[in-house]
Design a protein around this ligand. Structure first.
Ligand code: ARG
Length: 461
């Protein structure tokens, strides 16, 4: 089969070599973006008088037919035509005749493919923003029902200080909010038009890049034609924002997995998001959380893969850059899927409030409170720390907790202790009193929930 670029060649292509070089197997996902780009390009060619209005009408009609067929998945692509751009051009010529060959005037596949990916990522990022917000909403709703639910807070995975479960969940809300901002901000760099940069140097035709950019809803154009066709920063940035988001999800996955273990028993994941074992009848495994934790690795992989692909490339386009797509598509699928599943997990999980609270009564996570108590009465904090450390040791030796220790032991440790310590040591009091800005005190948590409500309400998408 003759190639659209075959003029300069004397040998016909080998099928197996074609198959290796082709990207149609995956870049057909860009079919609609490619046609949209072409529709804008041909309209611009008409406006600038480069093509006649009849030519523009015929080509536009042909492209619209292809778009309809694409939506119904009726287009047939072939590996011989290498990629989505050449496949569509061939299909267009089949559809409307040789005039279809005028579409590529003043354009190259290099600016075409870049345009497609800018359009694609713009659409996908907007969809991802909606999903991030939905997960933030799910966290907020779950948090609202758990302001006074106590859970041990950990550092080094050792019980540290009790916190409100709402406060713990809201930590993820704010992480996701930064993710949202990162994606949103990246749209500034995604929504820029490379169209009309040509192969690398611009074109001799009197094109109007601003016009085609405007038709495609871009905010502006690349200033430099070499940069326009060589730049893949916007994909790297997308993969980087996605890696960060997945890392956040993965950390919460890890907590959900721990919390749903028999050892913690703090939550139960809904049946919908769990699976059983083929051999052990009693098992209920948190598969979806584990899978999202695992998929995080794939997204990091795509980020590193693209950074590595680009690091030694001279300007402008090099075929290496065709390798930019699969990781990007894969990350889009992974991020969207993970966010959707996660929202479901958070919305439907059962919070075992009693077990969580019981855990806060069976540890030394109120010890800081006791040191603060002494410090409040004038003892230097370092000395207070020492006094309480000794009391903890005494409890460990007796096999009890601070609330069980007789007052005589407290009195002996420091004259500053009064009977009110038993109230001060209650986990609820411990949490309630941490009312510094951004702390876990119930008043602070309620304020944070209100603020979060406002943050969600202000989101564009
Ligand atoms: N399939 C190619 C890619 O994805 C499109 C651009 C090809 N340009 C070229 N000069 N071979 O990168």
């Amino acid at each position: 089969m003759t190639k659209l670029w075959g003029g300069r060649f004397t040998k016909t292509a080998e099928e197996w070599v074609d198959a290796f070089g082709a990207s149609i197997g995956f870049d057909q996902q860009l079919v609609e973006e490619d046609i949209q780009g072409s529709l804008a390009h041909v309209k611009m060619l008409g406006k600038t008088g480069i093509l006649t209005s009849e030519e523009v009408t015929t080509i536009t009609g042909g492209l619209e037919t292809l778009l309809e067929k694409a939506k119904k998945q009726e287009l047939e692509f072939s590996v011989q035509n290498e990629d989505i751009h050449l496949n569509l051009e061939k299909l267009l010529i089949d559809e409307i005749g040789p005039v279809g060959g005028k579409l590529h005037t003043g354009r190259s596949r290099n600016d075409q493919v870049a345009t497609d990916m800018h359009l694609y990522l713009r659409n996908q990022i907007e969809e991802i923003l909606v999903e991030v917000k939905a997960l933030q909403q799910a966290l907020l709703t779950q948090a609202k029902g758990n302001v006074e639910t106590l859970i041990p807070g950990y550092t080094h995975l050792q019980r540290a200080q009790p916190v409100s479960f709402a406060h713990h969940l809201m930590a993820y809300f704010w992480m996701l909010d930064r993710d949202y901002d990162r994606y949103q901000d990246s749209l500034k760099r995604v929504n820029v038009s490379p169209l009309g940069a040509g192969a690398l140097a611009g074109t001799t035709f009197p094109i109007d890049r601003h016009y085609s950019a405007e038709l495609l809803g871009f905010d502006g154009i690349y200033e430099n034609s070499l940069d326009a066709v060589s730049d893949r920063d916007f994909i790297i940035e997308f993969l980087s924002s996605s890696s960060m988001l997945m890392m956040h999800l993965s950390r919460l996955c890890e907590e959900l997995i721990m919390w749903s273990s028999q050892e913690f028993n703090f939550i139960e994941i809904d049946d919908t998001f769990a699976t059983g074992s083929s051999i052990m009848p009693q098992k209920k495994n948190p598969d979806m959380a584990e899978l999202i934790r695992g998929k995080t690795g794939r997204v990091y992989g795509s980020l590193f893969s693209l950074l590595t692909i680009l690091k030694g490339l001279p300007l402008a386009y090099n075929k290496d850059m065709q390798e930019d797509k699969e990781g990007m598509f894969d990350a889009v699928t992974t991020v969207k899927g993970s966010l959707k599943i996660f929202t479901g997990i958070i919305e439907t999980m059962t919070v075992k409030k009693e077990t969580m609270e019981a855990a806060t009564n069976a540890d030394f996570s109120n010890a800081t409170e006791l040191a603060d108590y002494l410090a409040n009465k004038g003892l230097p904090f370092r000395e207070a720390h020492e006094v309480v450390g000794k009391l903890v040791l005494l409890c460990i030796q007796k096999g009890i907790f601070l609330l069980d220790l007789p007052f005589s032991d407290y009195k002996q440790a420091s004259e500053l202790f009064a009977e009110d310590i038993y109230e001060v040591l209650q986990p609820k009091t411990v949490v309630a009193r941490r009312n510094s800005a951004g702390g876990t005190g119930f008043e602070q948590v309620k304020k944070a929930l209100e603020k979060a409500e406002g943050v969600i309400a202000e989101k564009r998408l």
